[in-house]
Unconditional design. Sequence first.
Lengths: 427, 419
Amino acid sequence: MTENDCKLLKEKYYTFKHKTGLDVCVLTKSGHSKIYALFATNFGSVDIVCNPIDGSQTINVPDGTAHFLEHKLFENENEDAFERYARTGANANAFTSFDKTAYLFSCTDHFEQSFEILVDLVQNPYFTEQTVKKEQGIIGQEIKMYEDDPDWRVFFNLLTALFVKNPVNIDPAGTVGTIAQITPELLYKCYNTFYNPANMVLIICGDVSPQSVEELCDKYLIERPNTKIKRSLVDEPEEVAQKEITISLPVSQPMFLLGYKDTSRTVGLDAVKNAAVTEILLEIICGQSSGLYSKLYSEGLINAEFRTEYMYGDTFGATIIGGQSTDPQKVVASIAEKIVFLSQNGISKDDLERIKKMIYGRTLRQFNSVEDTARIYLELKFIGVSLSDYINAYSSVTLEDCLMRLNSHFIDQHSSVSIVLPTKEKK
Amino acid sequence: MNRLTIAPAVNINIIPMDKFKTDYLSVNFMVPISSSSASNASLLAYVLKGGCKKYPALDLINRRLEELYGAVFDIQIKKMGENHVVGFSIDFLDDSFLPDDQTIYAEIVDFLKDIIFYPLTDGSAFNETIFDTEKKNLLDLVAARINDKTTYAFKRCGELMASTQPYEVYEYGVAEIIKEITPASLYAYYQQWIETANVEIFAVGRFCDTDVKGSLAPLFNKARVPVSLETMMLEKKTEIREEFEYYPVEQAKLSIGFRIERENIDYTALTLFLILFGASAHSLLFKNVREKLSLCYYCAARIDKIKMSMIVFSGVLPQNIELAKNEIFNQLDIVKRSEFSDDDLSAAKFTFINNLKSISDSMTMLEDYTLSQILLELDVDIDKAIDRVNCLVEADVAAVAKGITPDTVFVLKDNNEVL
């Protein structure tokens, strides 16, 4: 077991590779009432191909499979995992994202019993024709709910516009049509391939001793074949699929997102540094302390919903800027203008230093809660970077880094816009 | 917790906490809700947030916050019972995490003071530029409430139930009234609001009682005359009201509002009932309307303990509205007849206790819980709350359910559907 002491954060955490091949991390948090457990696999909506580890034929995975599998793992022959958690009082959930699926619970008591349920539900899949059919109904409803959600639609249309081949533009829930193709056999094949210890991680965060967690692992983890899955890189061109996608929904005013596709192929620490520079740049270009934000805000072209984000995984990256506006194209043009201005006139050192202070506080604040602490560690674990490296990635950003990234990433040819316009309502 | 009164109806609640990286300070102003107070106080909150004498523009405010290591300053606008609540909060890195022995505590308090008490004015009116921008933003926000159909359907049901009472007002105000507000009329409103609101201040973290009292007490007039806050009960109705609104949506939203009898109510039993009935992944609504009948992706319940109303909200296909409605009523009857199992009850108790213990892991949850208990004039001690939960039995939950009556059914759907 390795003890890691992140002095900057005053956080201690313990990591070990269990004899079953699973990587385990215990983030100790004294004084917290909740213990949070996260058991995750590096399998998400971008994994559209399954190369079974038993050597059988490659399968094309229908859209929405990872998410479907997530729902189904909660059921076994006898009862639903939520009924089991009900007897321990734990608050349980799960999520599927682009590149990972995670099962979690938080509890203030009966930790061992809840741990047993978590590990059991993840390690013991049970899929039948009947349970698959039932879930198609429930997920069908979930899909319909998101179809009505303008935030969801504007976001996925942006990904569709930006990415030509990269499966990041696939909705993690799939469509009613694609989930209809899912069978128990398919679920088992995907499960056996992606849910193996070498592809997973178990994270525990709370007022708990690492030794006690190791004992629980010895008691409840099952030996499984270990094979690290390599995610294949998609041959994504530099150009975007479409410059603009516009739809209509019953919203009160237009919503928009401007995106820049990341064409650099960074992984590991380079990817984290890349993300750090990009986030700092976004603050400088149109963050809340920028002159541009103030100007657009006072002209009524943006409001408090305006936000920026850089999202990435090992096979994709994109910058996203947007919100609500009566004139989305004007906002997009103003941002492009500001980028040109910075490119020609440079970036102020004072701005950079002040923004780094802000990011320092923002980063530390994330470690207030057991949930956020575990989630950050999960992201970094699958990328392969330590907590200290993560924090230093921001503090080490230079003006030169910013200018280089400004000129290589924020390029018009790599950008697209997604807009949702208001429909006329019938009453 | 230490509770200090520093002026008439102005209290500071100091909650010591040293497990977080940050500390938290908030000031909550509460007045009776009405279409006028919701419109004026909400606009006021945004205008004050938008600039002050010392930092007269948004970018200057944000730069100041960035200098203070990314302190997070925000406003919250809420309806708690028949009260309009405006909160100003600031969450800031604790001195123990700052490099080179720096301290920012005094500057943080100054910032909050500048925002709330020293706004940017033109004589006896708010600065017109900030005012105009925030007025437009508030109008946009009020118009945008229909974007999130799930939340809209939930809240709208609660408003319709109270259609003859002040509670029916949307807490962000009414467009027609907001449009009539001027920089001068808002400033006049501000002056009386500061003097008459009931104020609850929260200091959660590593605070020294005397420091907090010393820095905040001078801000409030010792001779102020506060308003009194009261929440009226929902009117009894002779039949269940049905309301429809139409939007081009795929999934219909069904919300059902219920009145809860307040006389002799046991608030702890009420929350236990809620969890058992519709506020957990093993609740009767989740297990039956969602899991067993596959009717919806979500079906849950929430209670306003001050107004004594409950809303069950769900997303269903239009053709399943009647089915879902009947099953929801059926599950409530099951609780009234004590036909739920011991397992259901113990699961609900476990969840309740888990929720109570989790409160101290979040500064904002601690504030919300404490403020709610203060308004209800109930004990704020969480350990005592846990003891009360452990003493509850099946009959307590059934008794609460018997005092719950359906009031309003609200449906949001596409009017092209053929039923």
